[in-house]
Write a protein of this length. Structure first.
Length: 167
């Protein structure tokens, strides 16, 4: 398994801007259009999303990247599998994507993810701001307690490595 380079690892932040939100930010060494592509195309997603190390994979990665259409990812990990799914609400490539996200065991806890991409340094870098709005503070705090921040950081490290490969 490829070891993540850690490039830009120190730019990753996680905060709670409101009682029901988590915000993650990160800088990537790639143009915004390429970051958007790697974040939205299945052939790339399955290589970085939830790919935390040995024994992790994404055997199911279905994306119908149109407003009103669905997505579904199954993350296989050493303890079993976790299924996530949702619907695309807004697509404005390469600036913004908004979608719902549901963790299958909790189908009533629908979150809304807003990912915004901004050009930095004349377009050679991209700033990602991903804000996840949960139905309540209780759900947000439960998610924070799962180690989600560490997993997202590792996933973004892998995304950075894929961007480097593609440039």
């Amino acid at each position: 398994m490829l070891q993540a380079s850690g490039r830009n690892k120190d730019t990753f932040t996680v905060s709670t801007p409101s009682e029901n939100e988590i915000r993650m930010t990160r800088v990537f060494n790639a143009p915004r259009a390429l970051v958007y592509e790697v974040m939205t195309k299945p052939e790339h997603i399955r290589r970085w999303w939830g790919n935390l190390g040995e024994g992790y994979s994404v055997p199911v990665c279905e994306v119908d990247l149109r407003v009103g259409c669905k997505w579904k990812f199954v993350n296989r990990h050493p303890q079993g599998e976790a299924t996530f799914y949702g619907e695309y609400k807004e697509l404005n490539p390469p600036d913004r994507v908004v979608f719902t996200e549901i963790f299958a065991p909790f189908p009533d806890a629908v979150s809304v993810v807003t990912a915004e991409l901004e050009e930095l340094e004349g377009g050679s870098k991209t700033f990602l701001r991903a804000t996840v709005a949960y139905p309540s503070q209780e759900v947000r705090d439960m998610v924070m307690g799962t180690g989600m921040a560490q997993g997202a950081g590792t996933s973004y490290d892998r995304l950075e490595d894929i961007l480097a490969e593609l440039q």
